[in-house]
Design a protein around this ligand. Structure first.
Ligand code: AMP
Length: 374
């Protein structure tokens, strides 16, 4: 087995073929590494830029073993990779992040319990298995509240907002029999996220927190830095650093948070991988989230996460996003990225565009001015 840091030319295995793997593989190539992408779908965004590819199911033990034999380290680009696949690989090759971090982030109950243990506040929550549990939880937490599946939820899937008692039975019928969690509804002033990289040496580097806006439950815009008081930004960085340390993670982790009107932060979701709200780092920082991810995984020291521009990132989603592409690609001061997806289905993340602004400019800008051509 090769020692860390891995020498240039080593092969990094990536589970998952999406755009996060694609952008990680591009960052790896820049540092002299090759990537082997393992995913069930051929011609996925990651596969298109990978030096080596395995198209196989995550349950295919033989393919996983061959994959492990061909790479020096394994990482993943989405957290719904079956834990059993990472478990099978973990005995054969170093996996960064490891199984424990993945398992914590795959289950909302484990995630919230973990955040509570490390001192990151979260919305009040109750685990729900039966309709009686739900009624009891609603009696305690009140309405409105948000009912979520504990596993495999993303972009607003697998959740329902409960506003009146009449909403309970239909929401339960739709989401059960999967294990559920009820959360108090958070009347947030803003949603922000912070990203930390943690190296093999235990060093942690955090990016400036970003302020996120969603449309139809999908991230639409990220403003970086978040327009929040310095103390809030510092608390957000401290929370995500605590998450990276608490998970004993080697790699990258994003923490989504709610900012309350009184300035307090509540942790919502952890993603132990590059995150959509960190795409602005590709163009506004000397080293992007993807470079930090690669550096951590291969055992290189982390780079400085400093931001040299302010940035506004817009996701290019579905046919509307692709329709905006020619204009945005031709606009000076906007940097465009496409993910190589053939069909622009509604709701599909096709790419993103980042508007760069002079450092410090965003703080005093109204939204319309900040967006400019985006
Ligand atoms: P999640 O899948 O947990 O990231 O939730 C998706 C989105 O739903 C969040 O980004 C929020 O906009 C909204 N949301 C989730 N949980 C809550 C909550 N407890 N209170 C208010 N809004 C929420």
């Amino acid at each position: 087995m090769t020692g860390f840091p891995l020498p240039p030319g080593s092969i990094i295995g990536i589970l998952g073929g999406g755009q996060l793997g694609r952008m990680s593989a591009l960052a790896a190539a820049r540092l002299g590494y090759a990537c082997h992408v393992y995913a069930p779908e051929a011609d996925s965004p990651g596969m298109q830029v990978a030096a080596h590819r395995t198209v196989a199911a995550y349950e295919d033990r033989d393919a996983l073993a061959r994959f492990a034999g061909s790479v020096a380290v394994v990482t993943f680009e989405f957290e719904n990779v079956p834990a059993a696949a990472l478990e099978a690989l973990a005995g054969l090759v170093p996996c960064r992040p490891g199984l424990a971090a993945l398992a914590t982030c795959q289950d909302r109950v484990a995630e919230k319990a973990f955040l509570g243990r490390i001192g990151v506040p979260v919305a009040t929550w109750r685990a729900v298995e039966t309709e009686a549990d739900l009624a009891a939880a609603v009696a305690e937490l009140g309405l409105p509240a948000v009912l979520k599946t504990t596993r495999l939820g993303y972009d607003g899937r697998g959740q329902a907002v409960l506003r009146s008692m009449d909403d309970l039975a239909p929401a339960f019928a739709r989401l059960a029999p999967r294990p559920l969690v009820l959360e108090a509804f958070v009347p947030f002033a803003a949603e922000i996220s912070a990203i930390a990289a943690r190296g093999a040496d235990g060093a942690v580097a955090t990016f400036d927190p970003a302020e996120n806006r969603h449309a139809h439950h999908i991230l639409d815009l990220s403003f970086a830095p978040a327009r929040v008081p310095e103390a809030v930004a510092a608390a957000a960085r401290a929370h995500v650093a605590a998450v990276a340390e608490g998970l004993d993670l080697i790699g990258l982790v994003a923490l989504e948070m709610f900012l309350l009107p009184d300035g307090r932060l509540l942790g919502n979701e952890i993603a132990p991988r590059p995150h959509n709200s960190g795409h602005w780092t590709m163009d506004a920082c000397a080293a992007s989230q993807f470079e930090q991810h690669v550096r951590a995984v291969v055992g290189l020291p982390l780079a400085l996460p400093e931001r040299h521009h302010d940035a506004v990132m817009r996701n290019l989603i579905g046919p509307e996003g692709m329709a905006a592409w020619p204009r945005l690609a031709a606009t000076p001061g906007v940097v465009g990225h496409l993910y190589g997806k053939a069909s622009a289905r509604p709701g599909r993340k096709m790419g993103h565009a980042t508007r760069l602004l002079p450092r410090g400019a965003l703080a005093t800008m109204e939204d319309a001015a900040a967006l400019g051509p985006l």
